[in-house]
Design a protein around this ligand. Structure first.
Ligand code: NAD
Length: 351
């Protein structure tokens, strides 16, 4: 066994079906008496349900949007100050969790997150926020949620397409955790089991979105993958998705879906042990092809062209992707990244 450091992150996790009914007790446990409930406009009815469960003291802010723009956070901060909110409850995906974290960073309030996608943000001390069109990511323990309630029943209505791409977004955290420079035996276990659970569940969800067993496996896998993202450093895949998302405003989870098999292929030779673990978790011989086949099987997008990237800007994207050096198992060079992006743009995959 090699020497290692494991940084455990302390979040209380309630997992199960119909666990939302434990919300009031958990709110009390955190000492919140005037929580602010957060959601996207689309999930306002879920926020109302949460407010009903905890009583009349709760105020709702349903303005969360993708990429956590600072202007929205400032608007929410005014509500926090006006109402004297003493805690945050977020119900939704990574965008709503992002707003909660952005407020927690500024007001140092406790957070209770109820995730309804597989993005995994609720398990990390990471916040990405956008100002003047630039998304900047930071790590700060103030943004790590205190409590997370995973309620499988809230994910049954997650549309099939979103389930597929969000699930692949989660798998991407685990894949990169397996070849992270600071990987360790504990995150390796979680990464492998997370990939295994999601790879088994996602095709079942695509066939029958109301399959509670599969939904439960997927949410469990997403939890594990989220822990991996919080505990160890990410590499080429996440950096590329961040660059592409920021430059072209591409949809977050879809970008992860397209890039993941290409990033795995890029790193296969330099990270053979990780590739073997991914392949084993997917029950296939070749990790990259296995990820590509899973992406195809669950109907997620297979090319950057399909999700709106302008093809004439591949060179510019490659230049930006290598402009800030970072650690990756295989050397990151501009020609190699341009070749990766060209293949990913066209959705070309070698047989
Ligand atoms: P999202 O939160 O933007 O959700 C997409 C849409 O789906 C929203 O309209 C939302 O209201 C809706 N939705 C969510 N759950 C639903 C459900 N169960 N049923 C019906 N509709 C539902 O998407 P996401 O992929 O979860 O999050 C993406 C964002 O999260 C990005 O900004 C990304 O950067 C961030 N993120 C951050 C971290 C981190 O650790 N900081 C990790 C992963 C993702």
């Amino acid at each position: 066994m090699k020497d290692f450091v494991y940084n455990g992150l302390a979040t209380r996790v309630i997992f199960g079906t119909d666990t939302l009914k434990q919300l009031a007790d958990e709110v009390k446990r955190l000492g919140m008496s005037r929580p602010l409930v957060l959601s996207t406009p689309h999930q306002n009815s879920e926020a109302e349900r949460v407010a009903d469960l905890i009583g009349t003291q709760a105020v709702i802010f349903s303005g969360a949007v993708m990429h956590t723009p600072v202007e929205v956070t400032q608007e929410a901060m005014k509500v926090v100050e006006k109402t004297g909110a003493d805690g945050l409850i977020a119900i939704g995906g990574g965008s709503t969790t992002g707003l909660s974290k952005a407020i927690a960073l500024r007001a140092d309030l406790p957070q209770l997150i109820v995730p309804t996608t597989y993005a995994g943000s609720e398990m990390t001390p990471i916040l990405g926020q956008t100002e003047d069109g630039r998304k900047v990511t930071l790590r700060d323990m103030r943004v790590l949620p205190e409590t997370v309630i995973y309620d499988v029943s809230l994910t049954l209505e997650l549309p099939v397409h979103l389930s597929a791409v969000s699930g692949l977004n989660a798998i991407a955290h685990a894949v990169e955790a397996l070849y992270a420079r600071d990987r360790n035996p504990v995150t390796n276990l979680m990464a492998e089991d997370g990939i295994r659970a999601l790879a088994r569940a996602l095709p079942q969800i695509v066939r029958d979105s109301l399959n509670v067993e599969a939904r439960s496996d997927a949410l469990y896998g997403a939890w594990l993958c989220g822990i991996c993202l919080g505990c160890v450093g990410m590499a080429l895949h996440h950096k590329l998705c961040h660059t592409l998302g920021g430059m072209f405003d591409l949809p977050h989870a879809e970008t992860h879906s397209v890039i993941l098999p290409y990033a795995m292929r890029y790193n296969m030779q330099a990270a053979p042990e990780a590739a073997a673990k991914v392949a084993q978790a997917l029950s296939v011989d070749n990790a990259a092809t296995g990820l590509r086949n899973l992406t195809r099987e669950i109907g997620a997008p297979l090319s950057l062209a399909a999700i709106g990237m302008p093809g004439e800007r591949i060179g510019e994207a490659a230049a930006q992707a290598v402009s800030n050096p970072y650690w990756n198992p295989a050397p990151v060079t501009e020609p190699a990244i341009r070749a990766l992006l060209t293949d990913a743009f066209d959705g070309v995959w070698p047989d």
